[in-house]
Design a protein around this ligand. Structure first.
Ligand SMILES: [Zn+2]
Length: 262
């Protein structure tokens, strides 16, 4: 059930952001959508099928088991459900920030995560461009954190909805006036903030790891306020992968097993 709620919410936000970026785009694309969208959406469908057939609901199952058997810190301490839900959401969000940081620092993990960063443009569809193995690793890690923490099952559902909605929002190509962007950034990750993370300049790629709230990057000193080049002109992607015709669906599936280049 939690998967259905999450998928329904994700589809609604996805469609909304696509309409928004079509009506009010932040940047114009040099690259045709025909070259990117089938690849990104193809990966999204593949990921959905693989996760549905394998461990898509593992974090929720882990939370239910932790609750039933009183496993994990919050269960052992018998923290009341409203507070336990709030703490679980905050801790899970920080855990995902740490995971994202690790996916850039650990070479084997970067092999998986770089698939996401090879997109040569940045829009709503970039949010779903992930190698299926990265999603499997991510789900195993989430389930581990859930059991360790004793996260409440409701918190897992709410967290997954927040995470997928935030990812679709902060990858979108929507125009937000600078004043609104700056105000929102005190609390949440905006598209202008996350776009910097998709810059091919290493100092910018290695910053702005947060997905939902902006405080983790500020607290952990990984925050970059502005890119070196203007937001509307900065390059997107990785220096080693500049040719769209070499970044097809099949090549991306094989990418983690090829020579490591940043
Ligand atoms: Zn990244």
């Amino acid at each position: 059930m939690d998967t259905l709620i999450r998928i329904g919410m994700a589809f609604s936000i996805f469609a909304l952001m696509m309409v928004w970026e079509w009506l009010s785009p932040r940047r114009t694309f040099a690259l045709s959508r025909k070259q990117r969208w089938p690849v990104n959406l193809g990966l999204a469908i593949t990921d959905m099928v693989i996760m549905r057939l394998t461990i898509g609901g593992l974090a929720y199952v882990a939370a239910s088991m932790a609750q039933e058997h009183r496993l994990g810190l919050l269960q052992v301490l018998a923290v009341p459900p409203p507070l336990a839900i709030l703490i679980s959401i905050i801790v899970l969000d920080f855990a995902i920030y740490c995971q994202h940081l690790a996916s850039h620092k650990w070479p084997w993990f970067w092999r998986l995560h770089r698939v996401h960063h090879t997109d040569l443009a940045f829009d709503t569809t970039t949010a779903v461009r992930f190698h299926p193995l990265e999603l499997i690793v991510s789900m195993l890690y989430k389930a581990f954190v859930v059991v360790l923490l004793g996260a409440h099952p409701t918190a897992v559902v709410v967290f997954e909805i927040i995470l997928s909605s935030a990812a679709v929002f902060n990858h979108s190509n929507i125009y937000l006036p600078e004043r609104i962007d700056h105000t929102l950034r005190w609390l949440i990750v905006t598209p202008d903030m996350h776009r910097i993370h998709h810059s091919p300049i290493p100092a910018e790629t290695d910053s702005n790891y947060g997905f939902s709230v902006s405080c983790w990057d500020r607290l952990c000193r990984t925050y970059t306020q502005q890119p070196q080049n203007p937001q509307t002109e900065m390059d997107i992607g990785l220096k080693a992968f500049r040719k769209a015709d070499e970044l097809g669906f099949n090549n991306l599936l094989k990418l983690p097993f090829q020579t490591l280049e940043k």
